[in-house]
Ligand binder design. Sequence first.
Ligand SMILES: *Cc1c(COP(=O)(O)O)cnc(C)c1O
Length: 494
Amino acid sequence: MELSYQSTRGGEAGVTASQAILKGLAADGGLFMPCFIPKLDKTMKELSLMTYQETAYEVMKLFLTDYTEAELKSCIERAYDSKFDTQEIAPLSKADGAYYLELYHGSTIAFKDMALSILPHLMTTAAKKNQVKNKIVILTATSGDTGKAAMAGFADVEGTEIIVFYPRDGVSRVQELQMVTQKGDNTHVAAIHGNFDDAQTGVKKIFGDKEFADFLETKGYQLSSANSINIGRLVPQIVYYVYAYAKLLSTGELADGEWINVTVPTGNFGNILAAYFAKQMGVPVKTLICASNDNKVLFDFFQSGTYDRNREFILTSSPSMDILISSNLERLIYLSTGCDAALSAALMKELSEKGSYTVTGEMKEKMADFAGGFALEEENRATIKDLFDRTGYLIDTHTGVAAAVYRNYRQSTGDNTKTVIASTASPYKFSRNVLEAIEGKQETEDEFQIIDHLAGVSGIPIPLAVEEIRTAPVRHNTECDADQMKETVLRFLG
Ligand SMILES: *Cc1c(COP(=O)(O)O)cnc(C)c1O
């Protein structure tokens, strides 16, 4: 059965999966949503016998219905291969009574690889299917991890250019080095003078600029997005939640049908939304615990029903969660209105005009599967240290937020349901903050001394992605103001 997609703001409908992936964002600024969430047509028992790649096919075929079996399988085989340092692709580690789903075994050591290693293949396949002759320009705002993963995925992919904007002072040193040393003639990156929200708002503005799109068209270009607003990011992220449950079933950690909770360190709300989709597809997930850092706009939202971005933006040691406008929440809003695009559009208009909106009681009830929590810097550090000291298991600063929130949730609710915690980055990606957490003092060494020091203390081998940037030459040095992004795009495209 063909699944079609529509904009959460009502401006577009009847769009195929491949068209939605090509466009990224709908023309009215809305996000593409399937008209219903399909159910898995295999049992968990059947899925428990499958590899990651086979599971990916079972999930993705239900959403990307205009891709042929051969096309989809080819995309999956090319994405989830030896770029990952384990055949399991997304292994689980049990520590302190929780299951850490390690989503950082891909080429850029953060969970963005899970979707961004397949998105370029889905997109080039979509371009062929839709007879696109233009060059596709991938325009992306990043809080640090998406940018590198997108550039790694799209580097030297024929028919594409990739442009990334990141907040100059808002990423870790490893994240920055990973981006500015990226190879590939079609890769471009600029540091903006602003924060992630400025970058994301700027990118969305460019997408909404019809005149600019027409101008690019005359030059043979069309824009698309690698951000998690693209449905081609969301769908591959559902896979690892299905896989995690099936794996826990196959290893006997779970009984068939047993409930689990999922805790996700959240920024743009893409990862946790994928877990929610997995639940709707039939995975026995009870509560989705949404973990925020000091920028706890989502916690406040789940408490009060009011989303309010009018607050101070705080830079933390979990920069990929330093976000005040969580774009993918719009998809949950849309679902909670019963797919009422007019109401969703009105709320998003309020968000852009006055920076806040309040949902109805009925909508809030429909979001009851979510529990919000937050952990401040101090608690995050203490959690990373405590887990490491007691178990020897080391987590990064984003996963630290999730671990702290999970611990608080369990204490305050007494809910002892087995829990999967999404572990979103290698500790090496945030070496300085991780080392400071476990040593309990400020580190004065330079970045690579810290990395070696961390390797000595933890015994975890340094990933190739980190070794590579030790000596790689810097290839990108563009900076711009947040209101100069359009001009910068033109300059990159020559
Ligand atoms: C992107 C990212 C997050 C936040 O994920 P969202 O899908 O934006 O909520 C958390 N941790 C890390 C390491 C990330 O790169």
